[in-house]
Design a protein around this ligand. Structure first.
Ligand code: ADP
Ligand code: MG
Length: 343
């Protein structure tokens, strides 16, 4: 049957009343402000137009990839930047535009060395885009699953600590990542850069006429409470109860990938993963040759009850307490970089 969504009038101004010319009005970045820069001194009056980048100022170069929300391009704007362009289809969807506005409002609150640098946004439909610094390194996904690099336990721990630092900061700012996965974590000369936080997590994007479409490698990051909230048909409201604890669950999966070089529930059909995780089952760690402490961290993050999962501050202290592995370098004990040799 026909969805109601297409009948909605798009309102970009942040007001609830429909306006006939609203589809060409720049989106205001903060609906709590009146946007009138004549009202000063107001500490946050800078926060509005300051981050607006005229679309024409961007010199778009090649596309780097496609995600759920649109295309990412490399571009020139005072140097190399990454531009995430919102798909045009979404311009008529009030829900998506609200999500975009919210994301920009959130994004501009973030300043941390392990988070991608927000540089500004194009807020004039039909050109809605987010401009960030361009990550030069590879994603953890590329290192782990495409290049099949082996991470030593020391390197794994350093990476996990930086992720925890960035995530702890986001949570302190009241932002849930909602999409923490190895594809959204870059590694640049040993430094972790997290991207796509709070970004259009809208579950509606996952639905097509056939029902729920599950992107590859997405389910294994979903906490049990999110799994249980998945619906076979497109919901009218946002249904997934994302939380700090659901981000911690996702972090657990990243930790597992770093340790194992694989996704949990590898090559199992989505139905089976949803059923198992929703009932509290976990990927077995029987074949994972590593210390008890390392496995305990994983199991804590994957706790069935959200309240039992640690927060990122706690995780950071658990990670810092892990013993550092010293590599033996004597000829009789050649250094082995395989994961099993280090455990
Ligand atoms: P996904 O996260 O599922 O890969 P995205 O739409 O987020 O999808 O990204 C599409 C592509 O653009 C990916 O290959 C991603 O690595 C790349 N990308 C996204 N943001 C940046 C960035 N800031 N710097 C460099 N590459 C990026
Ligand atoms: Mg991404």
């Amino acid at each position: 049957h026909k969805s109601n969504d297409s009948d909605k009038t798009v309102s970009l101004s942040g007001s609830t009343s429909a306006s006939t010319d609203s589809d060409r009005t720049p989106i205001r970045l903060d609906s709590t402000e009146d946007g009138d820069s004549g009202n000063w001194p107001r500490q946050n009056s800078l926060s509005l137009k300051e981050w607006d980048i005229p679309y024409d100022d961007l010199h778009l170069l090649e596309s780097i990839g496609k995600g759920r929300f649109g295309t990412v391009h490399r571009a020139l704007w005072h140097g190399d930047v990454a531009v995430k362009l919102l798909k045009e289809d979404y311009l008529d969807d009030e829900h998506m535009l609200e999500a975009f506005k919210l994301e920009v409002a959130n994004f501009k609150k973030t300043r941390h060395e392990n988070l991608v640098l927000f540089m500004g946004a194009c807020m004039n439909p039909p050109h809605l885009a987010i401009v960030t610094s361009l990550c030069k390194g590879n994603t953890l996904y590329t290192y782990i699953h495409a290049r099949r690099d082996k991470f030593t336990i020391n390197r794994t721990t350093l990476v996990a600590q930086q992720i925890s630092q960035g995530m702890g900061y986001l949570h302190a700012r009241g932002i849930h990542h909602k999409d923490l996965r190895t594809k959204n974590i870059f590694l640049e000369n040993g430094k972790v850069i997290i991207t796509d936080f709070g970004l259009f997590s809208s579950t509606k994007l996952l639905y097509c006429e056939m029902g729920l479409g599950v992107p590859n490698g997405w389910l294994c990051y979903l906490a049990p409470e999110l799994m249980r909230a998945l619906m076979p048909v497109k919901p009218t409201e946002e249904i997934l109860p994302f939380s700090k604890a659901s981000d911690v669950y996702s972090f657990g999966t990243v930790w597992y990938e770093l340790l194992c070089g694989e996704f949990p529930f590898k090559s199992q059909p989505p139905e089976s993963v949803i059923w198992q995780v929703g009932r509290g089952m976990k990927q077995t760690l029987a074949n994972l040759q590593t210390s008890r402490d390392v496995k305990d961290i994983l199991m804590l993050c994957w706790s069935f009850q959200a309240d039992d999962r640690p927060d990122f501050a706690k995780l950071l202290s658990l990670l810092e307490r892990l013993p550092k592995k010293r590599l033996a370098r004597s000829p009789s004990h050649p250094v082995q970089l395989s994961r099993s040799a280090e455990s």
